[in-house]
Design a protein around this ligand. Structure first.
Ligand code: ADP
Ligand code: ADP
Ligand code: MG
Length: 480
């Protein structure tokens, strides 16, 4: 039976969700705030509801979104990623108003969104993890506990916001003096960002690889994994490039991590799609980091190597269907790489380029190429949202083929107007350490030459200049 599903998100993920909903022969209801009124997700949805002027606050307004769903006759809400996706109160509000929340239960989101509770559940299930503290007590007692932990486990340590996410609320601490100074600051920041000032400590894994496992689970006790992804290439603890499967040449280790991910999901009574994140050190020890209770930005690479539509399955699982395949049916084929093309200036500490107009947008295509985006020529990038413009995902039979496909696509792709991460990625695909799979989370720091490129000499740079010149001439027809 045709159902109506509200998409509580924007940008590329809203479009990704709308496509899956329509392919299931359901109808998608988009929501938006005024700065997004020219956004493409509104046009491709079956209906759209203006939430308010925003910016950002309406996409986060639980009450308005539930009302929009009820008024438009929706039976379910897909939260995407970011915004309310990992907010247990939102999932709870859906549950109590009779709407299906497309994701795990509010209880699971609550438990796993709290890094300390999540670590406790995983420790009880025997999942390996780095040593860490519980929530640090307030005031002097907290600082004393932190110093005692440092004396036992030695610096460097990671001071983390217990409710943190999206790479925010994590800081490296290297001395007692820094610890004393940082705890109050970290608390204040965590309170402002996550509405919870709890912080705790973890031992640092030096230059680890970030490897994560996609899992899918139904209500009937079946949990499968869809293999690994490497997300080590990061800036400010946020991912830029993701690869599936992991390039680690140790099949037993990767198999074990996948099995551990299934065990971790079962320990949390997990239903729907989720991601179990691990860190791997240079001696091939692996440590549980967290479970993300939502669809990830980088889910595309897993879809490309398995042929399994994760969003479609999320919807079907939330409607109470059993998983339509078993672990043995999941076959990994080839390699996939996703690059997040952001409106950011890598040379200027990845400063966002919001507010600029996309004067030229010439995308790429071809065999094994997938684009998940939402911008178009003439689109003005709102300053108030994140900087992701389009995800370029390539799939190839061999790693070498995949890298050269990505290189070719990046050469074809022209976005003029805002600065983007494209020229930076062009350097990465030609870097020998990237090509040989020798990278960990310190990759950007250790490869400063990646930041050397001449933007003005690129096709995008030349076009942007030309267009600026044409606009100038139009406004000043008698200029010499
Ligand atoms: P992924 O693991 O899928 O790459 P990220 O951790 O990069 O996801 O986060 C995905 C999106 O969700 C980003 O836009 C990020 O800013 C946002 N996000 C994640 N967690 C939070 C949070 N707790 N508060 C605000 N935004 C968040
Ligand atoms: P978030 O919820 O913001 O995604 P995570 O706990 O998943 O936070 O950590 C994000 C990133 O921070 C990791 O991918 C890794 O690069 C780094 N990181 C987190 N914890 C540690 C640790 N204990 N040792 C080393 N790096 C870490
Ligand atoms: Mg994480």
């Amino acid at each position: 039976m045709k159902k109506k599903i509200l998409v509580a998100n924007r940008g590329e993920i809203a479009i990704r969700l709308i496509r899956a909903i329509q392919e299931l022969d359901h109808e998608a209801v988009a929501v938006y705030e005024t700065p997004d009124q020219r956004s493409r997700h509104i046009r491709i949805a079956n209906e759209a509801v203006l939430l308010g002027d925003g910016p950002r606050c309406d996409y986060l307004n639980i009450d308005k979104i539930i009302k929009a769903a009820k008024r438009s006759g929706c039976c379910a809400i897909h939260p995407g990623y970011g915004f309310l996706a990992e907010n247990p109160f939102f999932a709870k509000a859906c549950e109590t108003s009779g709407l299906i929340f497309i994701g795990p239960s509010s209880k699971t989101i609550y438990d796993l969104g709290n890094k300390v509770i999540a670590r406790k559940i995983m420790a009880d299930a025997g999942i390996p993890m780095v040593p860490g503290t519980e929530n640090l007590p307030q005031g002097r007692e907290g600082i004393e506990k932190a110093l005692a932990f440092a004396a036992q486990y030695k610096y460097p340590l990671m001071l983390k916001a217990t409710s943190g996410g999206g790479g925010r609320g994590i800081r490296l601490v290297e001395s007692d003096a820094q610890m004393k100074a940082e705890i109050p600051v970290a608390r204040a920041e965590a309170l402002a960002a996550f509405n919870d000032d709890s912080v705790y400590l973890e031992k640092v894994v030096i230059n680890p690889k970030h490897v994560e496992v996609q899992i899918l689970a139904d209500q009937f006790g079946h949990t499968v994994h869809l293999g690994t992804r490497d997300c080590s290439i990061q800036r400010r603890n946020q991912k830029l490039i993701e690869i599936a499967p992991s390039m680690i040449q140790n099949k037993e280790l990767l198999d074990e991590i996948c099995k551990t991910a299934v065990k971790a999901a079962k320990a949390a009574n997990y239903v729907n799609a989720g991601t179990v994140e691990f860190l791997i050190d240079h001696n091939f020890n692996y440590y549980f980091m967290e479970i993300n209770t939502r669809v990830q930005v980088e889910h595309t690479v897993t879809e490309m190597i398995t042929g399994i539509d994760i969003v479609r399955n999320q919807i079907q699982l939330a409607f109470g269907n059993p998983l339509p395949f078993s672990q043995e049916d999941v076959q990994i084929r080839g390699h996939a790489i996703e690059v997040r093309i952001n409106a950011e200036d890598p040379k200027n500490n990845f400063m966002p380029e919001g507010g600029k107009k996309v004067s030229v947008y010439r995308s790429t295509g071809g065999f094994g190429v997938r684009l998940d985006g939402f911008v178009y020529q003439g689109y003005i990038i709102p300053e108030v949202y994140d900087s992701l413009l389009v995800k370029l995902t390539v799939h190839g039979f061999t790693w070498t083929e995949t890298v050269s496909r990505l290189h070719r696509c990046l050469e074809n792709f022209v976005i003029a107007g805002p600065k983007t991460t494209i020229p930076f990625y062009k350097n990465i695909v030609q870097d020998k350490d990237f090509i040989s799979g020798s990278f960990d989370t310190s990759y950007l720091e250790k490869h400063p030459h990646l930041f050397l490129y001449d933007e003005d000499a690129s096709e995008a740079g030349k076009l942007a200049k030309l267009i600026a010149e044409i606009h100038y001439r139009k406004r000043n027809p008698f200029a010499i």
